[in-house]
Design a protein around this ligand. Structure first.
Ligand code: EPZ
Length: 429
């Protein structure tokens, strides 16, 4: 097993290049199987969730060829199987996109229930199922927690999502893009990665309109063809580094971003007294004093992203005054507070609310990453803390952050990755 070790208190200065968006890549790669052709996908992040998704495609018969570290060619001509077993789906949440993609390709899918980040609450898929059934699929969960979906053929329909759901929006798009007739998704998610999937599918000859609004219309296409497509930069990775600079201090140019995607994060950091200059494809973040308090309510896009909530809690723990975070997306997403409390934060959690009393400084300590974004929060806390922080369960961080140790070291952080002797084969719990 590996740990990340950080000696905190170093200012960050220099430039960081952001990778392609994890949550766009995880939606787009399954989309490649919708055409019996070759798709070339560029700017793919080199992270373990993406590697797992590509492994799934290989497993069902696609030919996956790595052109370089960030480009793959996927030939889906000879896919033979519509079944994805638990040993492939259990590591991450987005494996359930294979249900929509296989339904879209074959009108049938047998996909084991997914794994993924456990923030401490349930992560239902009832809205995904609702969409598939309205398209004409019959769905049941068999004894091995396999989602079995099948239809003679899929027919366009109207789906009103009871709750704004990125996953359900993506899965219904994938399933409906070759259905007969028009599908309308109302109360759709508007995240940048939803728009990126729509643009990718349209590059394949699909007819998806309205992505980025809460009504997406998909006119079923008879067939799709291959394409070359470059994935958007990762909004959450960029935001994570912005908050790292804000908390540790310094000035860093964060490159390969779409500033518009960062609006809510930028607005909150400016409210905390952080200086941010926007350029065409980068943002310059400067932080020299103690941040000031602010209140945050996480919401679906264009609201403040829930995937930035743990990271912001660290910054607000160092702010002057009392801040409140209201988690508006997940039923519970404050499990990480227990680990942060070991570093001297003063956070009181009550259901979806966290009240944060700013403290003068954090103290380095041994902590665990409970999930991907909690792990990112531990890294930020370690960078800002006095003393040494050791972070276990690095496997969660590697699911969503390419080269996080190297990127932070390149701007002056004293950070390294070490293998824990004798724990080489231990698996994160
Ligand atoms: C996606 O998860 C992201 N994951 C999550 O990011 C992110 O936190 C989330 O969207 C919200 O932005 C990927 O894109 C792979 P949802 P998803 O469906 O699709 C409820 C990360 O760190 N809901 O938008 O699973 C659900 O319980 C990860 O990169 C239902 O009730 O999230 C939640 O309260 C962590 N029924 C809300 O909707 C459903 O059928 C939003 O969930 C589906 C969702």
């Amino acid at each position: 097993m590996e740990k990340i070790v950080i000696s905190g208190g170093k200012k960050l200065c220099g430039k960081i290049d952001v990778s392609g968006a994890k949550n766009a890549a995880l939606a787009i790669i399954p989309g490649a199987i919708l055409a019996q052709d070759v798709c070339r996908i560029e700017n793919i992040p080199n992270i373990s969730d993406v590697a797992m998704m590509l492994k799934i495609l290989s497993h069902i018969g696609a030919k996956v060829r790595a052109i370089n570290e960030h480009t793959v060619e996927i030939d889906s001509t000879n896919i033979i199987s519509h079944t994805v077993s638990h040993d492939l789906t259990k590591y991450f949440r987005a494996s359930y996109y294979m249900i929509g993609a296989l339904l879209g390709r074959f009108s049938k899918a047998r996909v084991a229930m997914p794994g993924g980040c456990d923030f401490g609450g349930v992560r239902p898929i009832d809205q995904h199922i609702k969409g598939f059934e309205l398209l004409g699929a019959s769905i049941f969960l068999d004894e091995d927690a396999i989602v079995d979906a099948s239809a003679d053929s899929l027919t366009g329909t109207n789906v009103y999502l009871d709750t704004v759901s990125v996953g359900a929006t993506v899965n219904i798009m994938l399933a409906s893009v070759k259905a007969k007739g028009m599908t309308v998704i109302e109360n759709a998610a508007k995240e940048p990665h939803v728009v990126d999937l729509a643009n990718f599918l349209n590059s394949m000859g699909a007819d998806v309109r309205g992505a980025g609004t809460d009504v997406i219309k998909i006119r079923g296409a008879d067939s799709l063809h291959g394409c070359t497509y470059s994935i958007i930069p990762d909004q959450i990775e960029a935001g994570t580094y912005m908050v790292a600079v804000a908390a540790a201090g310094g000035d860093v140019l964060i490159n390969n971003v779409i500033p518009k995607h960062l609006d809510s994060i930028t607005a909150k950091l400016v409210e905390c007294g952080i200086e941010i200059d926007e350029f065409d494809e980068s943002v310059l973040v400067r932080s020299f004093g103690r941040p000031t308090k602010c209140n945050i309510k996480t919401m679906p896009h264009p609201g403040f992203p829930t995937d930035m909530q743990p990271q912001m809690a660290v910054l607000l723990s160092l702010a002057s005054g009392t801040s409140i975070i209201n988690e508006g997306v997940w039923d519970s997403r404050f499990r990480y507070v227990e680990q942060l409390s070991r570093m001297g934060v003063s956070i009181k959690v009550d259901g979806k609310l966290a009240v944060i009393e700013g403290v003068d400084h954090l103290k380095g300590a041994p902590v665990k990453a409970d999930d991907l974004r909690a792990g990112a929060a531990m890294v930020i806390a370690g960078l800002a803390a006095r003393g040494t922080t050791e972070i276990e369960n690095v496997i969660y961080i590697d699911r969503g952050y390419e080269d996080i140790v190297e990127k932070l070291r390149s701007v002056g952080a004293d950070i390294s990755r070490v293998t824990v002797p004798g724990m080489e084969f231990a698996v994160a719990n």
